[in-house]
Design a binder for this molecule. Sequence first.
Ligand code: VGL
Ligand code: ZN
Length: 238
Amino acid sequence: MTSHARRTFLQTCSVAALGAALPAFAAFKLKLDARSALIVVDVQNCFVPGGTLPVKEGDQVVPVINKVAEVFQNIVITQDWHTPSHASFASAYSGKKPFETTQLSYGTQVLWPDHCIQGTEDAALHKDLNLPRAQVIIRKGYNPGVDSYSAFEEADRKTPTGLAGYLKQRHIRTVYITGLATDFCVAWTAMDARKAGFEVYVIEDATRGIDLNGSLAKAWKQMSSKGVHRVQSADLLG
Ligand code: VGL
Ligand code: ZN
């Protein structure tokens, strides 16, 4: 074969392969299968307007999450689930106000208003969240002295929640993360999912951030440096 003929042959092959792999109607659709899971982070009353730690427009993620959930076979829900007087609450320290920080044994801790206390209505999932096929709920932040933004590992960076083991035993390889708040629990969950070896996508329009002193832009930058993909719900739904 001449070099020109070889080039033409290879071009024809690659165009044919591309056409077969990407039919026009699904050209940019991300591929979901039994090895993908949707993780819905902390869509609880505490984090929507009217709750104890409201995220601006937090309730607007609910219809987007309900819609994307329709295309997943595997769904995991998380709930922030604190003890009263939790170490992440400003009220647990004299002279501290919410959104200030303190030093704990594991590092700098942002101090929050009392929120998501175990068993309260404030800690319940948002009433319009419609995830009948969700398979597991991971609760986190229940250790009185340690916060847990991440659904995989507590803030001491030592104590696993069990979620990585659960997903791995179920042969999940790719996780799509949604929920609240983008710059805290979503970002920490996404980065720990990468650390645990998963392929990770954050569905941006299914998240909202707190944005404390520039934390939202910083979180996206950190996620991107760890190989977390930033996508929109339309990339899955076509
Ligand atoms: C969260 C702050 C404190 C979150 C939880 O879900 O992002 N943020 N606790
Ligand atoms: Zn919390």
